[in-house]
Design a binder for this molecule. Structure first.
Ligand code: FEO
Length: 397
């Protein structure tokens, strides 16, 4: 069902209440999501993005109830990823001649996925498309989230269509940011940024500054996932500037997995040591194997420092620890400190391996880590507390 966004702009997307995993099984989406598609009906009509492939048929049927498809003059493909473009094959089967406006990389991505010679119209930064009294201005936004991504801006209404940027995985019947639970909204925005956009933070900052330099008024931001930012849209832009600049709160997060509890005991004793040294720091502990990977990554994003623990198993680390270390390495967090710990019975390689992996991920490693033989006794627990105090002290600087 279409929803009026502003004047001649309608939302014609799909709310996906059932979605619990995104990017295959990589990203948890506890609160569902939406695939936002917009119809702009001026003298000329533009359709901005479509929806994820499983909803293609449903989407096109509903779109047909809203508009005669032959009245769509232009399709704007801001981003080729399948959650944005997945309904194009179904739509283009019905209106095969309609031009698709996208970046040069957009053509590569759409052709690569759908193998169709559609009527692609390549646009570059600053190009304009006349809709009558209003225009769409195209703003290339590579790496937000793919090399093909672009934004477009509707003059007159002063609306930015920002594709993935400023989005969040949040299903809602209330389309607008001022109509949803604000705590949930912020949490989902941060999780989305932490898990998807962190590697592209330098692009985020540059693009926001470039957009600001255009001096275009901003009344609304229409993202491709979650809410439309109509109430103070700059609030999410300001958050992005904060998050892209090596974001950290006064939090230390301890991540571990454990076979027979020795590494868990170490984690808890280290946490006590941290609190002894600095009562103001927020300490959180997560068993990686039992927590949600993406929620834990969001906690890492908030942290000024992290500790990662694993016992040594098969001359390495436990598989849950290996998995999250790979994720952390790829995200490339900035401005964070780290150290490793773990129990061992025989060879004891895990601590060194964790430290190396964290260093590859851009963390500043503050010490050689702490490894304890077998289960920590009183002396071992005391060593963990001292380690926690030292780590807390080092994290203050
Ligand atoms: Fe919403 Fe990059 O996909």
């Amino acid at each position: 069902m279409a929803v009026t966004v502003k004047n001649n702009i309608s939302w014609v997307g799909k709310v996906d209440w059932e979605l619990r995993k995104f990017h295959g099984e990589e990203l948890s989406t506890h609160r569902g999501s939406s695939y936002n598609s917009y119809l702009v009906r001026e003298e000329k009509t533009a359709l901005i993005e479509t929806v994820w492939a499983p909803f293609a048929k449903e989407y096109v049927e509903e779109l047909q109830q809203e508009i005669d498809l032959y009245r769509i003059d232009y399709i704007i493909a801001n981003h080729g990823e399948i959650d944005h473009s997945g309904a194009l094959p179904e739509l283009m089967r019905l209106i095969p001649e309609t031009p698709i406006y996208c970046t040069a990389n957009g053509v590569k991505s759409l052709k690569g996925q759908y193998h169709q010679e559609w009527n692609f119209q390549v646009v570059k930064n600053g190009d304009r498309l006349n809709l009558g009294k209003k225009e769409l201005i195209f703003i290339e936004a590579p790496m937000l989230h793919w090399p093909d991504s672009m934004f477009c801006y509707l003059t007159g209404d002063n609306v930015l269509f920002s594709t993935d940027a400023f989005g969040q995985h949040l299903a809602t019947e209330k389309l607008f940011n001022d109509c949803v639970d604000q705590g949930e909204l912020l949490q989902e925005c941060m999780k989305y940024y932490a898990n998807i956009l962190t590697p592209f933070s330098s692009f985020v900052e540059r693009k926001i500054k470039e957009f600001a330099s255009l001096n275009l008024p901003l009344a609304m931001i229409c993202t491709s996932h979650g809410v439309v930012w109509r109430d103070n849209p700059l609030q999410i832009v300001e958050k992005y500037l904060e998050w892209s600049a090596g974001y950290r709160e006064n939090q230390i997060t301890i991540l571990y997995d454990s076979m027979w509890d020795a590494t868990r005991k170490m984690a808890e004793a280290i946490a006590h040591g941290i609190a002894e040294e600095d009562g103001s720091v927020l300490v959180k502990i997560f068993n990686i194997a039992r927590g949600d990977k993406n929620d834990i990554i969001t906690e890492v994003f908030k942290s000024k420092a992290i500790l990662v623990g694993s016992p040594t198993a098969n001359k390495g680390v436990l598989s849950a620890v290996a998995g999250i270390l790979e994720e952390i390495r790829g995200l490339g967090f900035k401005n964070k400190k780290a150290a490793a710990f773990g129990a061992y019975g025989w060879s004891g390689e895990s601590v060194k391996m964790i430290s190396q992996r964290l260093a590859e991920g851009g963390f500043t490693i503050v010490n050689e880590g702490l490894k304890l033989l077998w289960n920590p006794d009183e002396e071992g627990v005391a060593a963990c507390r001292a380690f926690g105090r030292d780590f807390s002290h080092a994290s203050r600087q």
